[in-house]
Design a binder for this molecule. Sequence first.
Ligand code: ZN
Length: 71
Amino acid sequence: MNADANDNTPPERPAKEQKNRVCPNCGKPRSERYDPFCSKRCADVDLHRWLKGGYVIPGPSVEQEPGDEEE
Ligand SMILES: [Zn+2]
């Protein structure tokens, strides 16, 4: 009882996703080398933005105080 209909080949990415393979920074086609960016420059820009805190990183900064319940 072995269904060999399916190969072990991984499923291809949807065409929709391939169509959107553009640099998130400037919208140009991505470079495989600097994926997901089009160039090192765009990758650096994104990195700097990240370091500046442009991205919100969820962390345990907000904690609920025990015994302080609101009705
Ligand atoms: Zn770019």
